[in-house]
Design a protein around this ligand. Structure first.
Ligand SMILES: NC(=O)CC[C@H](N)C(=O)O
Length: 324
């Protein structure tokens, strides 16, 4: 049983001590975090530029931790599916990099400091997006993945295998809603096409991108599916998806770019590689130890879950499990 919650500082002491945590400790810790952040659940605003997302009940909270040995813990609505949105960008980047690193000629690796759907830098930088986690960069990644077939289909197949849930799918209502309100992403895509940075026709890339964002998964599913990043590239079946460097680099880009123009604040508060989505989910990786997914739909002005960031802040504070 956990008896040390009242200690000042990291509950479980040093990271070395933390690795001896028993399953019951982690489950109790997550329950405690849910209690701690309860006043913040429902704060912020749900995304409304995709109408189907605006209908989500904002007062929900779930959090799951998948450990590298496969054990899974959660609290709240951790088994309830929600729209993964931009968390999908981590997985499409991983799938592209598993086939080689040519995508880096088409997209950069610097934080943008601008909103996730901003157009302004693209003209100054000749149609090369700053990084793969803003919309422009993710559209390029989807276009690159589409060289090998339907990108959203490849992503779904991967997520089903990693999560062990063959029923994971695109939410058709969210996909239709997003497809009907995709003018910004359409503009980004055509603008990049004008610089020769789109290989496939824009409507086809947009369709695949929208379906990838509209996949519905629970916190448990997302955390399990992302374990390869905590395992330095090794999938749940023991095979290798990425080499050590590629896994390290995805984590690095998550840290510097995964929460858009709030990446500095996220590193300051949480201290982990993270990737948010406007569905209210945030995926965070503790390399060598676990993958964490938290979900609460109320977003701050930058598009990151208010209660989600707080919960991850509490998580790294209480466990000492930060990369810093
Ligand atoms: N930050 C996000 O989650 C944005 C994803 C959303 N599908 C979009 O393209 O705008």
């Amino acid at each position: 049983m956990v008896t040390s919650f009242d200690l000042t500082g990291p509950v479980f002491g040093t990271p070395g001590a933390a690795s001896k945590l028993r399953a019951v400790d982690l489950a109790a810790l997550l329950d405690r975090i849910a209690g701690d952040v309860a006043p913040e659940v429902g704060r912020g605003a749900v995304a409304d530029y995709i109408p189907a997302l605006a209908r989500i009940e904002p007062r929900t909270f779930g959090m799951a931790v998948a450990e590298v040995d496969g054990s899974l813990h959660g609290t709240g609505d951790w088994r309830r599916p929600f729209s993964v949105q931009s968390m999908s960008k981590v997985f499409t980047l991983a799938l592209v990099l598993s086939r080689g690193d040519s995508v880096w000629t088409r997209v950069g690796r610097e934080p943008s400091g601008d909103p996730f759907n901003s157009l302004v830098q693209l003209e100054h930088e000749d149609g090369i997006p700053r990084n793969p986690f803003i919309n422009a960069g993710a559209l390029v990644v989807t276009d690159e993945l589409a060289r090998h077939g339907d990108a959203a289909g490849a992503l779904l197949a991967f997520l089903r295998e990693e999560s062990g849930r063959p029923d994971i799918d695109v939410d058709p209502e969210v996909a239709a809603s997003e497809a009907g309100h995709a003018d910004r992403n359409r503009a980004l895509s055509y603008f990049m096409a004008s610089y020769g940075n789109m290989r496939h026709p824009v409507p086809s890339v947009l369709d695949q991108y929208v379906r990838q964002c509209s996949i519905a998964m629970s916190c448990a599913d997302v955390a399990r599916s992302a374990l390869f990043l905590a395992r330095h590239g090794i999938r749940n079946d023991g095979t290798r998806l990425l080499d050590l460097s590629a896994a390290k680099r995805i984590n690095a880009v998550m840290l510097t770019c995964g929460t858009y123009d709030a990446a500095g604040e996220f590193a300051y508060r949480v201290g982990l590689p993270g990737k948010s989505g406007v569905g209210g989910g945030i995926l965070a990786i503790v390399p060598g130890r676990c993958a964490v997914c938290v979900w609460s739909p109320g977003l701050d002005a930058r598009g990151n879950s208010v209660a989600g960031v707080s919960a991850l802040d509490r998580f790294t504070t209480l466990t000492g499990w930060s990369i810093f």
